[in-house]
Ligand binder design. Structure first.
Ligand code: PMP
Length: 395
């Protein structure tokens, strides 16, 4: 195979051509500013934004007025956490989150700690699941927000959203979830989920980069949220700044395609994932699955290939784009805090590869990747004195 193979769809996805086609007119002939209320250019842009908002709301079973556009999940997470913290400080200054959250949640919490908030980082079990009893125990009269991601970006593990939502509701605490890796892959019904705030990004669902959503449940009493961007009062005062119309149109179109094709696509992708997993388990010894074996999103496969360094595996198959640790979550590569939170040994963490399957992967690519990974792992193990010693001991 003399082309590159992309299997890093948790980091980002290519824009689907059908999404691009929908976006293009909004760069050129329909370039207006939706805030220009006095002329047709503005009206056309505003109509595109509002029909996109309606479409997004329809698929997520939300109301259009609950959808706020941001620049991406990082901004949505910052706005949710800082916005709630600042507007609820008089009620309490305690936030509960989880050790395996994306850095845009963890580092936001760290900053809030510096300004006097207390944050509980719930531990996870070996599969990446939080213990609901621990969550209940952590809640105090000071707790204002629980933020737990729907699906993890490294290991794909899905948390029990409805139970967490129920616990928060019973305790009258706001519940935020970073659903960046789940939106478009699972049928999220926000009205039924007991969730108050939800973040996600366009570029993980075959839409453009630089656009995201924060859903804020329109409840009584109203969820108060301190804006983090001051300016022209766009997005009903919550997020100032001229709206990115082509990207908004793209995000809505991308979500629509995900929903229309979800059933077929998720089955296809999960079959590819299972084929890879089964091949690695049956053709190699000393391999481990990282994350939950069943409670996981369909496109994630995170495996450790003991006695072979993750970076060395990747270097020996440069035509294949996969990821080790958390390359997508940070611009400064660091050892994975997620794999560490699972309690995995150092060897297991340093031999972990994340395969992120996606819409455009083919069976031919999957077969090729299986063979190349096995070949790479075997040849690295041949060079590993520790592995050789282990093999000769067993013989
Ligand atoms: N949360 C999760 C779970 C993610 O996977 C990502 C992207 N790696 C983000 C937040 C941040 O998204 P963005 O870079 O689009 O702001």
């Amino acid at each position: 195979m003399n082309k590159l193979i992309y299997m890093d769809n948790h980091a980002t996805t290519p824009v689907d051509n059908r999404v691009l086609d929908a976006m293009l007119p909004y760069f050129t002939e329909k370039f207006g500013n939706p805030a220009s209320r006095q002329h047709k250019y503005g009206w056309v842009a505003e109509e595109a934004v509002e029909s996109s908002r309606n479409l997004i709301a329809k698929f997520l079973n939300a109301d259009a007025k609950e959808i706020y556009f941001t620049s991406g999940a990082t901004e949505s997470n910052n706005l949710a956490l800082k916005g709630i913290a600042e507007s609820h400080a008089s009620k309490g200054r305690h936030i509960i989150t989880c050790a395996t959250e994306h850095k845009s949640v963890i580092d936001t919490c760290r900053r809030l700690e510096k300004s006097g908030y207390r944050v509980t980082y719930l531990p996870v079990d070996e599969f990446g699941i939080i213990d609901l009893e621990n969550l209940k125990k952590a809640i105090s009269t000071e707790t204002i927000l629980v933020s737990i991601m729907t699906a993890n970006n490294e290991i794909g593990t899905i948390q029990d959203m409805s139970e967490i939502g129920n616990i928060c509701k019973q305790n009258e605490i706001l519940f935020h979830t970073d659903a960046t890796q789940a939106v478009g892959k699972m049928n999220l019904n926000l009205k039924k989920m007991n969730v108050d705030l939800v973040s996600f990004s366009g570029h993980k669902i075959y839409g453009p980069k630089g656009i995201g959503v924060l859903y804020v449940h329109d409840r009584k009493p109203k969820t108060r949220l301190e804006p983090q961007m001051d300016g022209g009062g766009h997005e009903r005062g919550l997020r100032s700044g001229t709206l990115n119309v082509p990207a908004i149109v793209g995000l809505a179109q991308a979500l629509k395609l995900c929903y229309e094709e979800m059933e077929e696509e998720q089955i296809r992708v999960a079959n590819f994932r299972d084929k890879m997993q089964n091949a690695f388990f049956s053709r190699l010894d000393d391999v481990y699955l990282n994350g939950h074996p069943t409670k996981r999103i369909s496109n994630n496969l995170n495996m450790s290939f003991m006695y072979a360094e993750d970076s060395a595996i990747m270097m020996s198959m440069k035509e294949i784009a996969v990821s080790s640790g958390s390359a997508c979550s940070t611009a400064q590569p660091q050892p994975s805090h997620v794999l560490k939170a699972l309690g995995l040994s150092e060897d297991r963490r340093h031999s972990a590869i994340r395969f992120g399957l996606g819409r455009f992967n083919t069976e031919e690519e999957v077969d090729y990747v299986i063979d190349r990974v096995i070949e790479a792992v075997k040849s690295l193990r041949n060079l590993s004195p520790i592995y050789q010693k282990k093999v000769s001991k067993n013989n």
